[in-house]
Design a protein around this ligand. Sequence first.
Ligand code: NAP
Length: 489
Amino acid sequence: MERKVHVTSSGRTMVTLIPGDGIGPEVVSAARRVVEAAGARVEWEERQAGASVFKKGIASGVPQDTLESIRKSRVVLKGPLETPVGFGEKSANVTLRKLFETYGNIRPVREFPGVRTPYSGRGVDLVMVRENVEDLYAGIEHMETPGVAQCLKIISRKGCEKIVRLAFEVALAEGRKRVHCATKSNIMKFTEGMMKRTFEAVAREYPQIEAQHIIVDNCAHQLVKKPEQFDVIVTTNMNGDILSDLTSALIGGLGFAPSANIGSEVAIFEAVHGSAPKYAGKNVINPTALILTAALMLRHIGEMTAAVAVEQGVLAALEDGVLTRDVVGDAGAVSTTAFTEAVISRLGRKPKQAKVREYRPLSLPSVSSAPDFVKVARRRVVGVDVFVESTLPVEQLGKSVEGLVAGSPVELKMVESRGTKIYPSTGTMTDTVDHYRCRLMQRDSAGDLTEAQVLEVLTLVGAKHRWMHVEKLNEFDGVPGFTRAQGED
Ligand code: NAP
């Protein structure tokens, strides 16, 4: 699929430039200078987002003219944006990623010359490909009772397919041999399991790439123990958030970690790090992450020569021992601007030892735009889970619900608390809270519960118990679309 860019009348690619908060303006200025010095044909349109916008009372942190600029340019280079602490405003970063459906977060890390870490000499060189818009980051949270909170983990087959295909395309574009998929599918069989199953299906289309699934906790363990075994890792949003900070630490920290948020329509390029407010305006921070982010952007817009020149400039400067405070401490460190100038003076100079990969343009995956992406031949509702708030002892609650639904199309199969069956009693020592799930299955095992029957069940249970939500128990093509509770037979 072709990437979308806006080429101006002067033949330059338009890029929306967002300086951001804290150290943002310093790193953005560094990256801009390097891109211009590399001769890339870019036309910047500067726009605001983040703290200054929140202060104006715009709750999203992203004003209309910024959104309009992005809609036109389709390419953004941005500094970090502060997230206000509290319940009101949401992260402007996440808002931008979601508004433009940048579903793939690409975070490459590699060993840098002159940057000593416990892993130096091991040749760490990998790319994390993190799903960027789904999962717990859908941000759907509810207080179910005054003392029980819930966050929904939304994973779609379509979202999995897009990110998995992107990971394989990254591997092809960068001449990499292996893709690992890191999930917690052993525990979350539907959500994380969907990522695993999609990975295994899509991998068949890329026989030239070795595909391997790994449980995410072992992936964290292996990344610390033997990171050089990894080439590309694809994973869900929350896993990727944590693993990618870990991988940043392997190569010298956040000052060296670039990232790209890729969507079918828009791409947003930003460093992994935040606004590091204590360093704002001090000219001491490391601009490498955003300079390398700009190189990712240059590759995206087809400025391959300039991208290589920038990467070479950074590697050559580091090889020459030009290092910022985060690497060498105060003694011997150069300033942000001095580092930037060192890169500019070495643009396109082949590093003595460090290698620059040969990149091919990344081919963006094309996935059906149909909302009902996965079709089934047969479906039916075999029961309902009704979640109720109750302070009754569970024996009393169970008997009460059994009585309430007597004569209805469903019967109580079990009551659970926080995922473990506690009624009928299994004699376990499970602690309980005031949040219960009553699993009500159809009496007619071949039937299909209607909408009216679901409402009838809710009315019956709701007559005596406060319910928070209900989940239909679907069966798709004869396969149950719900998991058992711990201890449920
Ligand atoms: P942070 O800004 O990334 O800073 C954490 C620490 O990382 C800094 O104190 C510093 O470590 C080091 N660091 C980060 N960038 C560096 C650089 N370029 N050069 C050298 N060292 C660097 O994380 P935070 O303090 O958790 O977050 C601050 C604000 O940024 C928050 O409002 C957060 O929401 C926001 N944020 C935004 C983004 C984004 O825009 N994409 C991402 C993350 C966080 P030392 O203290 O050890 O020197």
